[in-house]
Write a protein that binds this ligand. Structure first.
Ligand code: GLP
Length: 260
């Protein structure tokens, strides 16, 4: 894991955007993994800015969201199909048909996971996966107890996650109880994962992910097994790390030729 601690979420967003920019400029058919939630929003704002002011093009890119609520129609404002369009993809030049999310329709639910895996494989696998982390350590919607090798499937959301996400819905009861999510095994296959976490509410989850044991009890800890995981955190989210000084020093001493 490479851990980058920075005071400013905007600076973290610029770093994450630079990884995506490099991929867009070097891969003929870049495949992006996109997270929803609040944490990646500054990254998406930066990508939109680069598209508008720097001619950054997504025309040849394909995108896959991490997850989707089960039972929300694609045009529901809180479906991740819709959210990712609102927050990013309608503001850049990626073709709408190249933006994928798991199929949360109840009538097709039993095959949705397998179909999503096939779509990712057919696209050539994910080059860069953007991630956030939940306060209970979940990544995508892999809640505590998720198999460390899991594939895209249905998960029951914890009460904590439903409460955390209730701010996007009218009432807590409106938050779906199930979601389709890329598995931890699916996420591990992305060639580069970039996780962003900011704010004090994430400090426990961040410490467990980076310095705790590898355990299904903290699904984010599976990233300890990834050979290219970049963890971007602000000072508040870094507050409970024992080795924060070491991470700061190593980033300061990073060889100039080495990119994220
Ligand atoms: C949601 C999403 C995750 C996200 C997490 C944290 O439940 N499924 O992909 O990382 O919660 O969200 P936020 O960034 O808003 O704190």
């Amino acid at each position: 894991m490479e851990i980058v601690i920075h005071e400013s979420p905007e600076q973290l967003a610029r770093l994450a955007a630079s990884v995506i920019t490099d991929t867009l400029r070097t891969e003929p058919h870049p495949v992006l993994g996109l997270a929803t939630g609040s944490s990646p929003l500054p990254i998406y704002a930066e990508l939109i800015r680069l598209h508008r002011t720097d001619n950054l093009s997504f025309a040849h890119a394909t995108a896959f969201t991490l997850d989707e609520y089960v039972g929300l129609p694609p045009d529901h404002p809180q479906s991740y199909h819709q959210v990712i369009r609102e927050e990013l993809t309608t503001h850049i030049d990626i073709p709408d048909t190249a933006v994928h999310s798991p199929d949360g329709d109840l009538t097709r639910i039993t095959t949705a996971g397998e179909r999503y895996e096939q779509d990712i494989t057919a696209a050539g696998g994910i080059d860069v996966q953007i991630l956030g982390i939940g306060t209970d350590g979940h990544i995508a919607f892999n809640e505590p107890g998720s198999s460390l090798r899991s594939r895209t499937r249905i998960k029951t959301l914890t009460n904590q996650t439903r409460q955390d996400n209730a701010r996007f819905f009218d009432t807590l009861n409106d938050v779906p109880i199930h979601a389709l999510t890329q598995g931890l095994g699916t996420i591990l296959e992305a060639r580069h994962v970039v996780l962003i976490a900011t704010g004090q509410a994430k400090a426990d989850a961040v410490a467990a992910m980076i310095e705790g044991p590898l355990t299904a009890a903290c699904p984010g800890s599976v990233l300890q097994l990834h050979n290219r995981a970049t963890i971007l955190i602000d000072e508040a989210a870094a507050a409970k790390l024992q080795h924060a000084d070491y991470y700061r020093t190593s980033y300061e001493r990073k060889p100039s030729w080495q990119r994220l």
